[in-house]
Design a protein around this ligand. Structure first.
Ligand code: IMP
Length: 441
C-alpha cells in the first residue's frame, strides 16, 4: 500500500517542504489535504525562489499530479497569484493540479471576521492567527448555512448565494466592524466570478481521482501543513489552527481510507518553535532563544513574525508521534544547534509538584507546567557538510540517539541544512547504539 505521508510533529514550520521534495520523486500524486493560505513554504528551483501557500511542493516535479482535497480552504486570489508566479517561470500548473469541488472558499468576510475576532480578544487569550480568514472559513464550513465551496462558485446560483450571505454577515458584523466593513455583494460576485473562470478547468472531484488511484495501487504522497500541536481537536486548544493538522487529518482531509497509509514520516526540529499565542512549555524567552532564532532564521514565511524559540520537548513529540501513527522521524535543523556547548531536552514536566510524562489536554495545565530538562553536551562543530553519520561528531550522534529513545520512533532522516543534498539517511538496519560503539575507539 504505497501511501506515504509527511506530517509536522510540533507547532508547524518543521521544514516539511524539504522532506516532501525528497520523497516526491517517483510518486504519481502529491496531495495537500488540510489548512490553507496560513501555511507557507518556500520552494527553491535553481536561482528561483517561490513562496507557495496552497500549491503542493510536488508541482516542481514534472510528471507528478498535484491535488488539493476537501480538507483545504482555498483563497482564490492567493492561489491564482501562486499559479502566476509559477507560470512566469514556465511551470504550467493548470494541467498538473486539480482542486476539489468540496474544498471550501475563504471569502472576503472571513478575512474581515478573523481581523475582528482577533481585535476583540486581548492579552494572553489572543490566538495570534495569521489573519488569513482560516478560522472563520472553517467555522462556516461546520455551520454549513453560510459556506461556499469551490464547486459552488461555478453554479448559476452563486450570485444569489453571495447576496444572501453578505446580507447576514453585514448584520452580524456591523456592531464590531465599524469603518472596517467593506462588504459589497455585487463587487464580490464580479470579482469571484472572474476567479471562478480562471480556476474552473482545475476544479473537479478529487475523491474520485484518489479512490481510483488507490484501486490502481498508485503511489501517493500526502503533504501535511502546520504541525500536530496545532490540531483543532488534539493540539493546544484554543491556541491551534482550525483543521486536523496532525496525522489523524490525513484521511478526513483527503478522502483516502486511513488503512491505506503505510508510511508516516513525522518531522520535527532539534529544538522547538511556535508562532502566535499559546502555551509553549520549553520556550526560552532569553539569549538562548534569540541564539536559536538567529541561527535558524526563525521568522514566519507567511507573516514574517519572529517565531518563539525553545528547547526540544520530547514529551510533546512523543505524544504527536503516537497520535499520528508515525513510522519514522525526520529530524531537521541539526546545524542550528552547532555552536552550543550544552543542549537542554525536556524529558518530563512538573505539574503542581508531581512529575508527569504525558502532554496535558487543558491549556491551564499546559500553562502551569515546569519542564524537567536533561542536559546533553553540544558538538561545537559545523555539521552542514555532513552527508552520513560518519561525518557527524559523536556528540551529535549521541544527541540524535537520545531523541530517538525519548520519542520512541526510529530516526530515519537528519537534515543539516536547507539544501536537498544536506540530508543524512539512516538505513533501517543501522542501530544507533551499535553504531556508536563503532565510534567509541
Ligand atoms: P490560523 O491558522 O491563521 O487561524 O492561526 C492559528 C494559529 O496557528 C496561530 O498561532 C498561527 O500562528 C498558527 N499557524 C497557522 N499556520 C501556521 C503555520 O503554517 N506555521 C506555524 N504556525 C501556524
Amino acid at each position: 500500500m504505497p501511501g506515504q505521508c509527511v506530517i509536522g510533529l510540533q507547532w508547524g514550520d518543521e521544514a516539511k517542504g524539504k522532506l516532501v521534495d525528497l520523497l516526491t520523486e517517483g510518486k504519481d500524486l502529491v496531495v495537500r489535504y488540510a489548512g490553507g493560505a496560513n501555511a507557507g513554504h518556500t520552494v527553491v528551483i535553481g536561482d528561483d525562489v517561490y513562496k507557495l501557500h496552497h500549491i503542493p511542493s510536488g508541482i516542481i516535479n514534472d510528471g507528478v499530479q498535484n491535488l488539493i482535497t476537501p480538507g483545504v480552504v482555498i483563497n482564490p486570489p492567493t492561489i491564482l497569484e501562486e499559479i502566476k508566479q509559477l507560470a512566469d517561470k514556465g511551470i504550467d500548473v493548470s494541467t498538473r493540479m486539480k482542486l476539489s469541488q468540496r474544498a471550501h472558499v475563504v471569502m472576503p468576510w472571513h478575512v474581515l471576521e478573523d481581523k475582528m475576532w482577533n481585535r476583540l480578544v486581548s492579552g494572553e487569550d489572543n490566538i495570534g492567527t495569521t489573519l488569513r480568514g482560516i478560522g472563520p472559513c472553517y467555522a462556516d464550513k461546520v455551520g454549513r448555512s453560510f459556506a461556499i465551496r469551490l464547486g459552488d462558485m461555478i453554479q448559476d446560483d452563486f450570485p444569489d448565494r453571495v447576496r444572501r450571505i453578505v446580507a447576514v454577515k453585514k448584520q452580524v458584523l456591523s456592531s464590531v466592524a465599524g469603518d472596517d466593513m467593506e462588504l459589497d455583494a455585487e463587487a464580490i460576485i464580479k470579482e469571484y466570478a472572474g476567479y471562478a473562470k480562471q480556476l474552473a478547468s482545475m476544479v473537479t472531484d478529487t475523491n474520485r481521482i484518489l479512490l481510483d488511484a488507490v484501486d490502481q495501487n498508485k503511489s501517493i504522497l500526502f503533504e501535511g501543513a502546520q504541525g500536530s500541536l496545532l490540531d483543532i481537536d488534539h493540539g493546544t486548544f484554543p491556541f491551534v489552527t482550525s483543521s486536523n493538522s496532525s496525522g489523524v487529518g490525513i484521511s478526513t482531509g483527503s478522502g483516502v481510507p486511513g488503512n491505506w497509509m503505510d508510511q508516516i514520516l513525522g518531522v520535527c526540529k532539534t529544538y522547538a518553535t511556535r508562532v502566535g499565542g499559546g502555551p509553549f512549555p520549553t520556550e526560552q524567552d532569553n539569549d538562548k532563544g534569540q541564539h536559536i532564532r538567529d541561527m535558524g532564521n526563525e521568522y514566519g514565511t507567511t507573516t514574517g513574525r519572529p517565531r518563539r524559540c525553545g528547547w526540544f520537548d520530547a514529551v510533546a513529540v512523543r505524544y504527536t508521534a503516537r497520535l499520528g501513527g508515525v513510522t519514522s522521524i525526520a529530524l531537521t535543523m541539526l546545524d542550528v544547534l552547532s555552536e552550543l556547548s550544552e543542549i537542554e531536552v525536556c524529558v518530563a514536566y512538573d505539574l503542581d509538584g508531581q512529575r508527569i510524562d504525558y502532554f496535558p489536554a487543558h491549556v491551564n495545565d499546559l500553562r502551569r507546567l515546569t519542564p524537567i530538562y536533561e542536559t546533553v553536551p553540544g558538538w561545537q562543530t559545523d555539521v552542514t557538510g555532513a552527508r552520513s553519520l560518519d561525518d557527524l561528531p559523536v556528540a551529535a550522534v549521541n544527541y540524535i540517539r537520545h531523541l530517538e529513545k525519548l520519542i520512541g520512533r526510529r530516526i530515519e532522516y537528519v537534515s543539516v541544512g536547507p539544501d536537498r543534498a544536506q540530508t543524512i539517511h539512516i538505513k533501517e538496519s543501522v542501530k544507533l547504539d551499535e553504531y556508536l560503539q563503532t565510534r567509541a575507539v
